[in-house]
Design a protein around this ligand. Structure first.
Ligand code: GDP
Length: 388
């Protein structure tokens, strides 16, 4: 599936670059175009892979390239004023070759948090292709303002996109390590999950798969809106030790036990679904799901994938489970990505909203008493005269 990626804000730009790097490494399958948009010039300069004409500085008149300082209302205003700059940069992109847009942003800051929903709104107005969002939730240790920003942005962004894939930094923080320290690793993990998902629809046809996933299946799984989460797991194959290469019709073929392949696929899909999701949630009640199994064609047991689909149907309670394979001949792994779309039972979102409501209330209380408090502080009961 061909995507135009647009990263808004610092996290947006970095995650887009992680996706571009993954795509380059695995053979340029799903990224047709990639842009980064920011109010902070330094963040754009800090990117490594995107071409200069694909880095768009917005809000120069308002913030002079210094960023919006975690003020997401300002981030939204600046994007509304300068969205034409982004659309102009998209003019150089072959959008007719694109199956969908993906707008990526960290929801806790200012530029991405405020700007991404505004940009998604504009893209939906102008293009017929679906516009998806990738929203990153802040870690709980980042503080009240980030939580408040994220909760407000989340509820706006989800309404402006055709589907919002969510990644929770908090769930991905390595134990004992700050989220900041681990961003590079976290971004790679995220890129691998989305990379397998979106490149699945882009097999080049040389390796005939049993039941290849195509772009329309990804689009149909994401259709209907709401919030999505993605799971991933892999199993290493012992291809050399077995050395079961035999000759069939003059062609070298790997002799693989189908029963073993079937149970390996079932186990990998179970781990992908029940392990750590990009957004941890209860999977019962999921509206739609897509399961992709990748690996060398000989290991992609059709029965295994069918059984895995049935298992996901039972676990989630939805009949709408699509599935297929994604052949990667040279891989030493069988891996699975599970996309759960339309998830509702998400304790982390409820927690985020609760903390945000409290943060908003305390900010309002604070603002209400602040002028009086300043008066008190400055007051000398007229025993001291101001200069002028
Ligand atoms: P903005 O530039 O104003 O949009 O703000 P940032 O993107 O710098 O930060 C917004 C939030 O994104 C932060 O609160 C972090 O939770 C998160 N974040 C920042 N950088 C990264 C990154 O490289 N990866 C991930 N996963 N999250 C990030």
């Amino acid at each position: 599936m061909k995507l135009a990626l647009i990263g808004v804000g610092q996290a947006g730009g970095k995650v887009v670059e992680a996706l571009v790097a993954y795509d380059g490494k695995t053979g340029d399958r799903f990224v047709t175009a990639a842009l980064a948009v920011n109010t902070a010039k330094a963040d754009l300069l800090g990117l490594k892979l995107l071409r200069p004409e694909h880095r768009v500085l917005v809000g120069q008149a308002r913030v002079k390239g210094h960023g919006v300082g975690a003020d997401n209302e300002l981030g939204a205003e600046v994007m509304s004023e300068d969205v034409d700059e982004v659309l102009r940069a998209l003019d150089s992109v072959p959008t007719h070759e694109v199956d969908a847009f993906l707008v990526v942003a960290g929801l806790g800051g200012g530029t991405g948090s405020g700007g991404a929903p505004v940009l998604a709104h504009e893209l939906k107005r102008l293009y017929t292709e679906p516009v998806y969002g990738l929203g990153i939730l802040p870690g709980t240790d980042e503080g009240g303002i980030y939580t408040l920003n994220a909760a407000r942005s989340f509820q706006t962004f989800v309404r402006e996109v055709d589907n919002l894939i969510v990644f929770d930094n908090d769930a991905w923080r390595a134990s004992g390590e700050s989220v900041q320290g681990g961003y590079a690793t976290i971004n790679e993990e995220l890129a691998r999950r989305l990379g397998v998902l979106f490149s699945a629809g882009e097999t080049d046809g040389t390796d005939v798969a049993e039941s290849v996933v195509d772009a329309s299946e990804i689009i149909n799984t994401l259709a209907g809106g709401g919030v999505s989460t993605v799971g991933y797991a892999s199993a290493k194959l012992d291809r050399t030790e077995k050395g079961l290469l035999s000759r069939f019709g003059g062609k070298k073929r790997e002799a693989v036990d189908d029963g073993e392949s079937l149970s390996r696929i079932l186990s990998v899909v179970r781990r992908a679904t029940l392990g750590r999701l990009t957004l941890p949630c209860e999977i019962g009640g999921t509206e739609r799901a897509l399961v992709i199994v990748s690996g060398p064609p000989a290991y992609l047991s059709r029965r295994g994938i069918e059984r895995a689909r049935t298992w996901i149907e039972e676990e989630t309670g939805t009949m709408e489970v699509r599935g297929g394979d994604y052949p990667v001949p040279d891989s030493d792994y069988v891996a699975s990505v599970v996309l759960l779309s339309g998830v509702y039972d998400v304790p982390r979102i409820k927690e985020l909203q609760q903390i945000a409501i409290e943060a908003q209330r305390s900010r309002e209380d604070h603002e209400a008493v602040a002028p009086d408090a300043l008066e008190d502080l400055l007051s000398t009961d007229d025993r001291l005269d101001s200069l002028f």
